[in-house]
Design a protein around this ligand. Structure first.
Ligand code: ATP
Ligand code: LTN
Length: 329
């Protein structure tokens, strides 16, 4: 049997090249090696307010984008988290073994809570729900970007504590980071990670941005006062542009140095924009084809749910038995 993978994206905004280079691009590549389950984690998205009509639309958009980048629904299961009640059920059971102190020190909690007027309990519980997503399927590998490492370490801590209290139940998941592209920074501010929920018209390149918008955003990206690329002294903005190019082009470090050393920033930006536009074009084309096929996305999501539900139910049954919850019928 192939080892299992779980990973997810929140339908909380427009998918950007950071999400693609940090996560989705690698999901596509590991589909033969692993039994993959990829989630649209809508229950995570509502930890901050989402407009209901927009959220519904984003879920379908994200499913179509998963397909457009090359997730193959025959080999991998694409699911919507809220369509499988076991995610929320297991999250409650795990909440009961998780000390509050583990949650209040999560960096994502601290930064997201600081941005809210009133902090919903869901924001604090967010990593427990994420642990439930992973442990529900006994996933061995979790391919994510750099920002999720702390959450997966917490998942391991929760699994370990549960196993210690109730006996061996959960598989220990491992984080899998991409070698290049694990942390793409904002184009407007290369000190902060590119994020769906950060406002600003030049912050992120969305996967569905038209070519002229992509070019405009990249040409306006923040760099520094030097004129040309110097690999011995790279500022964060230039480093980020080079990373974006390298991750899309899949070039080696040597190729990057040979090609870009001494190149003026305006030419660097032009070449980055050309590369991003060329790589996104086929994805956008497939996306529009998929959205024009009525019922296709719904069918994929139904098939995904049907395929993974027996795995989820088996874990819930096991956890109930371990904890002494009712399993009489
Ligand atoms: P939000 O701002 O709503 O938290 P996000 O842009 O951080 O959203 P997520 O849905 O949280 O996106 O992340 C989906 C996947 O993309 C995760 O695996 C995450 O690690 C990865 N990812 C997110 N941002 C980046 C980034 N800037 N660089 C590389 N990977 C990223
Ligand atoms: N928290 C993640 C999304 C997410 C996830 C998961 C990733 C929810 N459940 C399980 C990997 C495995 C994020 O914001 N990127």
């Amino acid at each position: 049997m192939k080892p299992r993978v779980f990973s997810g994206v929140q339908p909380s905004g427009d998918l950007h090249i950071g999400n693609y280079l940090g996560a989705l691009k690698h999901w596509v590549k590991i589909q033969d090696e692993y039994e993959c389950i990829f989630g649209i984690v809508d229950l995570h998205a509502i930890t901050v307010y989402q407009d209901p009509a927009q959220l519904r639309n984003k879920i379908e958009e994200l499913a179509a984008l998963f397909l457009a980048v090359g997730i193959d629904p025959q080999r991998s299961s694409i699911i919507v988290q809220s369509s499988i009640p076991a995610h929320a059920e297991l999250a409650w059971m795990l909440t009961c073994v998780t000390p509050v102190g583990w949650l209040t020190r999560m960096t994502q909690y601290k930064s997201k809570a600081a941005a809210q007027e009133t902090v919903g309990d869901g924001l604090l519980q967010y990593p427990v729900l994420m642990a439930a997503d992973i442990l529900l399927y006994q996933a061995q590998v979790v391919p994510v970007g750099d920002d999720q490492v702390q959450h997966i370490e917490l998942t391991r801590d929760i699994a370990q504590r549960f196993n210690h209290l109730y006996g061996e139940t959960f598989v220990m998941p491992e984080t899998r980071l991409p070698v290049v592209g694990a942390r793409i920074m904002g184009l407007d501010n290369p000190e902060a990670k590119m994020s769906k929920s950060t406002p600003g018209s030049h912050h992120a390149v969305a996967l569905l941005d038209p070519p002229d918008v992509i070019r405009q955003k990249i040409m306006r990206a923040t760099t520094d006062s030097k004129p040309a690329v110097d690999f011995d002294d790279l500022g964060p903005g230039v480093r980020n542009l080079l990373t974006i190019f390298q991750a899309f082009a899949e070039w080696s470090d040597e190729q990057m140095r040979a090609h870009f050393t001494g190149m003026r920033y305006s030419e660097l930006k032009k070449q980055v924009a050309d590369m991003v536009i060329a790589c996104l074009e086929p994805i956008q084309k497939r996306y529009h084809e998929i959205r024009n096929e009525p019922g296709y996305v719904t069918q994929v999501l139904r098939q995904g749910a049907e395929r993974v539900t027996p795995i989820a139910n088996a874990t819930i049954r096991l956890v109930k038995e371990r904890m002494g919850l009712y399993t009489g019928f």
